[in-house]
Each structure stands twice: as structure tokens, then as C-alpha cells.
Design a protein around this ligand. Structure first.
Ligand code: SAM
Length: 343
């Protein structure tokens, strides 16, 4: 897909974060209604999907259909489909992640079957191919925005939402955040290599134990640091050592593979702490949440990332820094900082 040509881009985001999502692209804003869950920007979007913190999906708009009649929406939609590319690997009918959007999902499910059948007939839908994905996004019942996404530069799940089932014996819903972070911020190979039985982790701000639960399920031994109580299966688990200590002062006796942190604190404090763990060699990888302020969120994030980069550079460490506002995040983003090993 040619990403260097100026285009209109459709990005999905958590409702309430439209301004942050638009600001991050640095492009001209065409549409960014508060709490709508999506934005449209115009220009050359050079930032790849993985580097956009607030975008859940990145779609290049190619066409649209407006004033769709209630009786027959299929004819004008088929007419609005682009001639190129000639084939798509998938067809996703999507709606905003809002209450209004949910009321449209019954309609999109029915419509999906009709459209898919038509695209198969004309051999434009070739499943399991590397061709781009076709997205038809309905901001409401009368309007459809039609776009394409590159499989290597987009989220791999409809609406950019990774839906996960709450594990029955995990002590808190926060467990889903870490599960989503592993899926989103690590590659399959990294998950295999970095989350193995026998590895070790420190969980700062661990109680009641949702993140610890994820680590234990991957076979890691966990030092769970929190003054609060660990609950359920994590209260007395043989792989978990609960330490009632201050997460900002705690240091393990030996370096660990992972340190994760979900303490509710100022983003700059948490970022500096995590960078210290990596710079000092106390941990190899870290995943942590940065709670966003009400205002100037992007500025606060940039500041935190600059502090991390400065610490890494002064310690002469090669690293990877990636951040996303995950579906299971609220007023926060999840950050991965990992040391790149010398070959
Ligand atoms: N990740 C946890 C889970 O999945 O169940 C939830 C963590 S909760 C959002 C934040 C936790 O951070 C609280 O249990 C709180 O006691 C702990 N906390 C806050 N400040 C802390 C500190 N300075 N040291 C240790 N724990 C702290």
C-alpha cells in the first residue's frame, strides 16, 4: 500500500481520546467528534500503526457512501466499492465503540453475509491471502466510510478490539490488561522466548493479583510487591512470594527477567522507575501502565518517553520502547520497554 501519498485516514480510538489520537498524527483533522470513537485526518501518515499510541486501527479511506436509503443499502454500497485493489483478504464491517455503535451491530452482522457473498461471487474476496483488508465503517446507519488496511501495518482484530474472556480464577479484571499487552506489544516469537517456564518476574503494585496471575500462567515465578492483600488463587500460590513493601524502593536480590508495574502514580515517576530497572540491569523487560492526566496527555507521555530515552542513552543501552492505549486500558496507556541483546 502506498503510504507516502496524501490520503484521508480513518483511525479508531477509545471514545474520549479523539483529540489525542488526532494530535499524535500531526495531520489536518477532518473529523474528530468528542466521544465518537473515531477520527479522520488528511495527509501523509508516516507513523506506522505500532507507533501510534491512541489509534486502535489505521485505515486508508478510499471511498464513501452517504445518505444510504433504508430499503436498499446494498446497491449504493456495492457501487461505492473501489476498483483497486482487485482483491481483499477480508471484509470487516465495523461500527464505533459507543452505545450508539452497539445498536448498529445487528445490522452489520446481517449485512456482512450479503456483502461477503457478493464479493466471493466476483472473486474479490480471497481469504488467507496477503491482500489488504476491506473495511466498511458505519458511523451511523446512513453513512459508510470505505477503506483498506495493510495486514502488516494494522490491528489484527475487528474494530481494533482484542476481545478476551475473563479467566474464572484470576483475582481481578486487570488481568486482561496484561494479557492484551502480551498479545499486542510482543510478537509471537517474543512471547515464546520471553515468557517461559522457570523465568522470574517482579510485579510492583500487584494486589489483588490479576497481573501476577498472568505471569504465573506463563510459568514465571513472581515476587508480588504490594501492601494490599493478594486474593483468591494468588494469595497462597507456590510460585508467588508476596512482599508487603514499597514498590518504589523494592530491589530483588538477583536480576529478574521481567518487572511489571500497575501502581497508580504520576507517569513521570513510574517511567523513571522502570527505566532505572532496565538501565541498572535489574530486569530485561518491563511492561507498565502510565496513568494519564486529565489534560495535556500527549505532553505528559512525551515527557515520560523522553526521560526513558535519556536514561537508556546515558546507560548506552539498546532498547525498544512501544506504547498503546489498549482496549482494556481506561485513562492510561501500557508501555513496553525492553533491552535489545547484543548479537
Ligand atoms: N495489577 C493489579 C491486578 O492486576 O490485580 C492491580 C493493581 S491496582 C490498580 C494498584 C495497586 O498498587 C494497589 O494494590 C496499591 O496498593 C498498589 N500500590 C500503590 N502504590 C504502591 C507502592 N508505592 N508500593 C507498592 N504498591 C503500591
Amino acid at each position: 500500500m502506498n503510504t507516502s501519498a496524501p490520503s484521508d485516514w480513518l483511525l479508531y480510538c477509545r471514545p474520549g481520546f479523539e483529540r489525542d489520537c488526532a494530535e499524535e498524527t500531526g495531520l489536518q483533522v477532518i473529523e474528530a467528534q468528542p466521544n465518537s470513537g473515531f477520527i479522520i485526518v488528511r495527509g501523509k501518515l508516516r507513523v506506522p500503526f505500532a507507533q501510534l499510541v491512541f489509534a486502535r486501527q489505521r485505515i486508508r479511506l478510499v471511498s464513501k457512501a452517504e445518505a444510504l436509503p433504508e430499503r436498499d443499502r446494498l446497491t449504493p454500497l456495492l457501487a461505492a466499492l473501489p476498483d483497486a485493489p482487485t482483491a481483499f483478504s477480508d471484509l470487516w464491517l465495523e461500527v464505533p465503540d459507543t452505545n450508539e455503535g452497539k445498536t448498529l451491530s445487528g445490522f452489520t452482522k446481517r449485512f456482512q453475509l450479503l456483502l461477503e457473498a457478493r464479493l466471493h461471487e466476483t472473486e474479490r474476496l480471497v481469504n488467507n491471502s496477503p491482500a489488504p483488508r476491506l473495511h466498511i465503517f458505519f458511523p451511523d446507519k446512513t453513512r459508510a466510510l470505505i477503506g483498506i488496511s495493510d495486514l502488516r501495518d494494522s490491528a489484527a482484530w475487528p474494530m481494533g478490539i482484542l476481545r478476551l474472556r475473563m479467566p474464572v480464577d484470576a483475582p481481578s479484571r486487570s488481568t486482561l490488561k496484561l494479557a492484551e499487552a502480551f498479545e499486542t506489544l510482543l510478537s509471537e516469537e517474543e512471547r515464546k522466548q520471553w515468557l517461559r517456564s522457570g523465568m522470574t518476574a517482579v510485579d510492583l503494585g500487584a494486589a489483588p493479583g490479576g497481573w501476577t496471575w498472568q505471569l504465573v500462567m506463563h510459568g514465571l515465578k513472581v515476587q508480588a510487591v504490594d501492601n494490599g492483600p493478594m486474593k483468591g488463587s494468588m494469595a497462597l500460590h507456590p510460585m508467588v512470594q508476596h512482599l508487603r513493601q514499597d514498590g518504589f524502593r523494592y530491589q530483588p536480590r538477583r536480576p529478574v527477567d521481567w518487572v511489571v508495574c500497575d501502581m497508580v502514580e504520576q507517569p513521570s515517576r513510574v517511567a523513571a522507575l522502570m527505566a532505572r530497572w532496565i538501565a541498572s540491569g535489574m530486569a530485561q523487560h518491563t511492561l507498565f501502565n502510565l496513568k494519564l492526566p486529565m489534560k495535556k496527555r500527549l505532553e505528559a507521555l512525551e515527557q515520560a518517553f523522553d526521560d526513558i530515552r535519556n536514561q537508556m542513552e546515558s546507560a548506552h543501552i539498546r532498547y525498544r520502547l512501544a506504547a498503546k492505549q489498549l482496549y482494556h486500558d481506561r485513562e492510561e496507556v501500557t508501555v513496553l520497554l525492553t533491552k535489545i541483546k547484543k548479537r
